[in-house]
Design a binder for this molecule. Structure first.
Ligand code: FES
Length: 348
């Protein structure tokens, strides 16, 4: 049995399954309600029950009751017993989410290619990081420096934070991840950060462009899109040098088979002889405009190294893409690494 949950202030409605909390049901339906811990401890998910009945999943902690205040309901614990109406602040943009500094533990490390490591980070039991698909976190290092990495998982799947870290020449943090980091190690992060996230209220078809580990935020966006039943057409382009640089290619190919609204095109700029590559070659932005010479009706999301972003923007604007329909995230490398590659980090 399921119940309707309505938010009259925004006109949003979603259904909560038997035994499903209002918060879990909202997130499953792509409605962003605020939260901090998802276990009744922080009070961040508190709102008002305007009509209908709920019961609580567990005995509430005293601290949560205090924070929730009288007349408030903790939606991470509230299980509807009837159709209900609620009043709650909805999260629709990155600025609506509290940025937190949190300790985390390295849960697993997996080499995805010769120079890309997948890290999974675990937060303390009482904490969850709320974020929008595509945002990033920063590591706060002991020397005071920060290193930014996109979150590669979707917001509903928030038990761990997944990052894809490339080992770039003279990139000190990459050296450390590849040569010194150990599972169970403790680190500190700040996040979520950034305005690079999937805009779900646009009617336009979407082109996602990832260069190298620029695939990471796109993976988070796609997993989120599948989770909420996003129906707009999506074309994912991944640009890398050679086949050995292409990662999670099987995952993206499998997604394209499972989801009729997704097309996946990997593009190699410098395939090696042994690659025996039959697919697209050249620069990824060229492959895009070859297929879509008129980009005026698309939303384009682009993440990857700054030269790819710059080249892409120039060409996409020339093919009719309005500035308001392009979203980009070019902060893939640290200042040290960019300097080593002779690249100046753009501002903004
Ligand atoms: S999210 Fe922390 S109390 Fe509900």
């Amino acid at each position: 049995m399921s119940f309707r949950v309505s938010v009259p202030a925004t006109g949003h409605e979603f259904s909560a399954d038997d035994g499903e909390s209002v918060l879990a049901a909202a997130l499953r339906s792509g409605i962003g309600l605020p939260y901090g811990c998802r276990n009744g401890a922080c009070g961040k998910c508190a709102g008002e029950l305007l009509s209908g009945e709920v019961r609580y999943a567990n005995e509430l902690r005293a601290a949560a009751l205090e924070q929730a205040g009288s007349g408030k309901t903790l939606f991470c614990q509230a299980l509807p017993l009837s159709d209900i109406e609620i009043r709650v602040r909805e999260i629709t943009a990155g600025r609506d989410i509290e940025v937190k500094t949190l300790p985390c533990r390295v849960e697993s490390m997996q080499l995805l290619t010769h120079d890309i490591m997948r890290l999974r980070l675990k937060l303390p039991e009482t904490e969850r990081l709320q974020f929008l698909a595509g945002q990033y976190i920063e590591f706060l290092l002991k020397d005071g420096k920060r290193r930014a990495f996109s979150i590669a998982n979707a917001p509903h799947d928030d038990a761990f934070i997944e990052l894809h870290i490339r080992h770039v020449p003279d990139g000190q943090f990459g050296d450390y991840v590849f040569d010194g980091m150990k599972v169970k190690e403790l680190l500190r992060i700040e996040g979520p950060l950034g305005s690079y996230y999937l805009r779900e209220d646009s009617p336009r078809p979407v082109i996602l462009v990832g260069g190298g580990t620029g695939f990471a935020p796109l993976k988070g966006m796609l997993e989120h899109a599948f989770h909420v039943g996003f129906e707009r057409p999506i074309h994912l382009f991944c640009g890398v040098r050679a086949y050995r640089d292409l990662y999670m290619d099987e995952l993206a190919s499998a997604w394209a088979k499972q989801h009729t609204n997704l097309v996946y095109t990997p593009v190699l700029s410098e395939p090696m002889k042994d690659d025996d590559w039959q697919g697209k070659t050249g620069y990824v932005h060229e492959a895009i405009v070859e297929q879509y010479p008129d980009l005026s009706g698309f939303d384009v999301y682009m993440s990857g190294p700054p030269p790819m972003i710059r080249a892409g923007m120039e060409v996409f604007y020339a093919h009719g893409l309005p500035q308001s329909q392009i979203y980009s995230d070019s902060f893939e490398y640290s200042d040290d690494a960019l300097k080593a590659m002779g690249i100046t980090k753009p501002s903004g």
